[in-house]
Ligand binder design. Structure first.
Ligand code: GRG
Length: 280
């Protein structure tokens, strides 16, 4: 096992231990199922791993105090996928090789499960064993990245502009919000929870900016087949081609690696490379 794999499996076990009791008590009892189904449905947990890696880049010792923040970003990410799959958005029948939540349950239940996942993120974050002023900053980071000024804004741009985008700079702006903002916030939240200095937070922010866009470029490379379909979503592969899109992802990952080096974090370095060159 590589150093990254060893680190990742230990952190995923901690995270799972923290997240497993979520959405167990419910009334009606059946409402726990559509909430747990996407949350424990095979996600890669990239965002919480970034929270933990950023925290550990700044502070030695146990990462227990940051587990609620790591869970919170995964909860927001999971809600976004549930709502993105709905008939009124992408109308997808499958995600991660299984029926989407509205297919496995029904549409109203999927809307409500997404709502519950999003709201639970902020309840969990508020319970983190961190000083109150730090928790407030984390709430602000997550709300900004997830909402009007971040992921939801990016999704609104996607819904509104969609296939009319022909300029890579416009597509980049959209994706810096739609997918990049939550990844960037993940590293910033880890850093802020650990008490990062201004310099450390700047390095983490640069890292998060580069990794946030590299993630989407890599996603477009993975979905390169869709770019050949005239009705497919706007993508970097369609505008730049596969080779240039992959090259840009690698270039951004190397810039993230430079930022990780200033933080002396081999885990952040390895994560940046893995995100830009992933095969799932
Ligand atoms: C509906 C408010 C609202 C927002 C949706 C992020 C987003 C906005 C939609 C996701 C659409 C999508 C599939 C974008 C491609 C990049 C992406 C976020 C992929 C999924 O993330 P992974 O690979 O997912 O981290 P897993 O399955 O590992 O959790």
């Amino acid at each position: 096992m590589s150093v990254l794999e060893t680190w990742t499996s230990a952190r995923l076990a901690l995270l799972d231990g923290y997240m497993h009791p979520l959405f167990t008590d419910a009334w009606p009892p059946s409402f726990a199922d559509p909430c747990r189904y996407p949350l424990f449905g095979g996600g890669k947990r990239i965002r919480p791993l970034l929270v933990l890696a950023a925290f550990e880049a700044v502070r030695d010792g146990s990462p227990d105090a940051v587990l609620p923040a790591a869970a919170a970003v995964e909860l927001v990410h999971t809600y976004s996928l549930v709502h993105d799959d709905l008939p009124c958005m992408d109308d997808d029948d499958e995600r991660r090789g299984r029926p989407t939540v509205h297919r496995a349950f029904d549409e109203a239940t999927a809307v409500l499960a997404g709502d519950a996942l999003l709201t639970e993120a902020f309840r969990v974050l508020a319970t983190a064993p961190l000083p109150a002023d730090v928790r407030i900053h984390l709430v602000e980071e997550l709300a900004t990245a997830a909402g009007y000024l971040g992921m939801v804004g990016g999704q609104a741009a996607d819904v509104t502009l969609g296939a009319s985008i022909h300029d890579p700079a416009v597509l980049e702006r959209l994706h810096r919000l739609k997918t990049g903002a939550l990844l960037r916030a993940s590293v910033r939240m880890g850093g802020r929870a650990a008490g990062a200095t201004v310099q450390q937070l700047d390095a983490l922010t640069a890292y998060g900016d580069h990794v946030g866009l590299a993630f989407q470029l890599a996603d477009d490379v993975l979905d390169a087949d869709e770019a050949e379909d005239d009705d497919g979503p706007p993508s970097f592969v369609r505008l730049l081609g596969v080779d240039a899109t992959r090259a840009r992802a690698i270039e951004l990952a190397e810039r993230a690696v430079d930022a990780a080096r200033t933080l002396e974090s081999p885990v952040l370095e390895a994560l940046a490379r893995r995100i830009a060159d992933r095969d799932v």
